[in-house]
Design a protein around this ligand. Sequence first.
Ligand SMILES: [Zn+2]
Length: 126
Amino acid sequence: MSRIGGKNTAPELAVRKLLHAMGCRFRLHRRDLPGSPDIVLPAHAAVVFIHGCFWHAHEGCPKAKIPATRRAWWTAKLDANRRRDSRARRALRKLGWRVMVIWQCRIKPEERLKRRLARFLGCAQL
Ligand SMILES: [Zn+2]
């Protein structure tokens, strides 16, 4: 119910591939956690959301333009999505998780994403 934009999207698979290469163990789509994060790394007390720019209303992003038709409806819908995301992040932090959001438009270049993930997870091997 809390998922927007489907499971196992190309950006998700790209992130999972990187984490594998980094030797990080993770679980997918833990529904028992707020917002059912896309990736959960228990050893790092960390969760990762991979957000599609449109559905999660990436601020200032060209991929997150509100459609010209039914503008008010879309605005309300996407605002609600954004608020729900922020509630989930807050709830997760309260439970002691560290939270990272990866936007669809920031997946590439891979080198940059790898550096971000390594920094977030505290992996030295990269
Ligand atoms: Zn974006």
